[in-house]
Design a protein around this ligand. Structure first.
Ligand code: SAH
Length: 236
């Protein structure tokens, strides 16, 4: 079993890289792929850069070149509604909120000529993630829909609309495009994010304040998740 671990920014991979046994580093499309062992699991870890194009390219490289069996995306996100900085979200659904083919009568978010727009994480990974979260009692953990777009959301009007229209509890810029690539390649995936801001007008200030705490919280869940995966692999 080989795991692909994607983050958008270096802050989100710092703890992993500090603790990973790295065997090899390879560069593709300007991205460095770290090949090694993390928490007992063969892992390719990579910082893909911000946004849907970077994250989609990166996911395809992980799948086609490194032949990973599962893809995990961790990082930070804007919280919508009651979610506060530091809280953790496990996505049970991912939608690209900026897809708009309404001129052809498609609902917003629907991708023309694709059989779905609502990408679901792997059931087994979701179960393991829930289990991993139960071991943590000092963080609030939510499960729900994360929406993705090539936009940093810093308006409470827009955030409220994302909640009303899509039922989103968090927004970010990579998760659903990673999910779409994984879906098209039939590769199991999961997205786990921790809240860095409230996607409102103070979002950029809050983001700078909380990015490291949020990145750490997402990494704690990841570590527990990988420990569970390595136990399952050992039992096989
Ligand atoms: N400060 C950065 C830009 C960050 S863009 C710079 O100077 O380069 C925001 C990143 O965090 C994206 O990777 C996105 O996935 C996530 N994110 C956190 N809060 C977000 C929000 N409110 N809206 C959209 N993405 C958000």
């Amino acid at each position: 079993m080989k795991l692909g671990l994607i983050v958008a920014m270096e802050e989100e991979l710092k703890i992993v890289l500090d603790n990973m046994d790295i065997n090899e580093k390879t560069e593709y499309a300007g991205m460095i792929f770290y090949d090694g062992i993390y928490k007992g699991v063969k892992t390719i870890a990579v910082i893909c850069g911000i946004g849907k194009v970077n994250s989609a390219i990166c996911t395809q490289i992980l799948i086609s070149t490194f032949e990973v069996d599962k893809v995990i995306n961790i990082g930070v996100a804007g919280g919508i509604g009651e979610l506060e900085p530091g809280d953790v979200v496990i996505a049970n659904s991912l939608v690209q909120h900026d897809v708009d083919a309404s001129g052809f009568n498609y609902d917003l978010g629907r991708i023309p000529r694709l059989d779905t727009f609502d990408f679901k994480p792997d059931r087994e990974l979701l179960e393991i993630a829930r289990k991993a979260c139960k071991k943590i009692d000092n963080h609030k953990i939510y499960e729900g829909r994360i929406v993705t777009g090539d936009q940093f959301i810093n308006s409470s009007e827009k955030a409220n609309w994302l909640k009303r229209y899509f039922g989103a509890i968090a927004c970010e810029m990579e998760g659903a495009s990673i999910a779409q690539v994984a879906y098209l390649n039939k590769i199991p995936f999961i997205v786990i994010r921790s809240i860095s801001d409230n996607a409102d007008k103070k979002a950029s200030i809050s983001f700078d304040e909380f990015i490291n705490i949020a990145a750490e919280n997402a990494t704690i869940i990841l570590e527990n998740l990988l420990k569970e995966i390595s136990k399952i692999e050992e039992d096989k």
